[in-house]
Design a protein around this ligand. Sequence first.
Ligand SMILES: Cc1cc2nc3c(=O)[nH]c(=O)nc-3n(C[C@H](O)[C@H](O)[C@H](O)COP(=O)(O)OP(=O)(O)OC[C@H]3O[C@@H](n4cnc5c(N)ncnc54)[C@H](O)[C@@H]3O)c2cc1C
Ligand code: FES
Length: 275
Amino acid sequence: MGSPSPYLPGLATIMKIEEQTAMEKLFMVRPNDGKPLGHKPGQFVEVSVFGVGECPISVSSAPNKKADFEICVRRAGNVTNALHNLKAGDVIGIRGPYGTHFPAEDLRGKDLLFVAGGLGIVPLRSFINYVLERRKDYGRIIVLFGARTPADRLFKAELASLARRPDLEYLETVDVGDASWKGNVGVITTLFPKFAIDPKKTYAVMVGPPVMYRFAIAAARAKGLADDHIIVSFERKMKCGLGKCGHCQMGPVYVCQEGPVFNFAAIKNLEEALS
Ligand SMILES: Cc1cc2nc3c(=O)[nH]c(=O)nc-3n(C[C@H](O)[C@H](O)[C@H](O)COP(=O)(O)OP(=O)(O)OC[C@H]3O[C@@H](n4cnc5c(N)ncnc54)[C@H](O)[C@@H]3O)c2cc1C
Ligand code: FES
């Protein structure tokens, strides 16, 4: 959003709030200047609640010409709790969009394997919807989604409609089931034996909690994927989002500038990458 200083948030209004789970809410936000955010899938914004603070949040909607965009926020601490207490019509601050994005252009014509663990579906949803809006430009699409329990599943109706699409393969799992759950139980890597891929033309795009990457990358490698066919997005503690404060550093890499989206081959030798 345009503002005279990169540290000064632009004003935006919460248009709609939808409860996703007991911990996460989806906010539709409209910049008060009426201009589209201009983000690319995988980028994030710094969201501020006035008098409380600001924090980085991924943009969950696909880019479009409208000004409205969506963020999905889990209650984690001061700012996110304050966001959860706001209502439609309240005004928040937005800086950004910041960071690198999924290489949508480079992946044209390729087969895509999306691996979303928990909240990882939030930034991936932006890219999945981008790709589905241009379905003919991409090859085979496989979406894997894993949640801790059935009650933790985000975007339930949207994911159910993905599962019904004939032009996409959707597989999901929960770590722990309940009486109503008829699907797969186990961590997300338990889905990998259920499909085959052509590793030469497939790229995996993974977003999930830190613990997921080590195992999901091993599972992708076991299917023959080279490291440069694996795209990841990392969350690190961030403050400025502008490469100034060093809060987000992963060795010599500033995740807010060079990430959050990385080609795994480029960062796999960083000790902190998979910790
Ligand atoms: C690029 C990026 C994208 C992100 N996208 C999303 C998204 O789309 N949706 C989303 O929900 N989140 C997202 N996050 C995570 C989100 O930024 C954090 O959850 C948020 O910063 C938490 O801020 P807070 O003020 O609510 O919590 P804080 O008050 O900062 O607390 C956060 C956590 O730290 C703990 N904590 C706080 N202070 C201390 C302390 N002094 N000592 C020890 N522990 C402490 C808290 O108990 C809590 O567990 C993203 C993060 C990054 C980097
Ligand atoms: S968040 Fe400040 S340098 Fe990255």
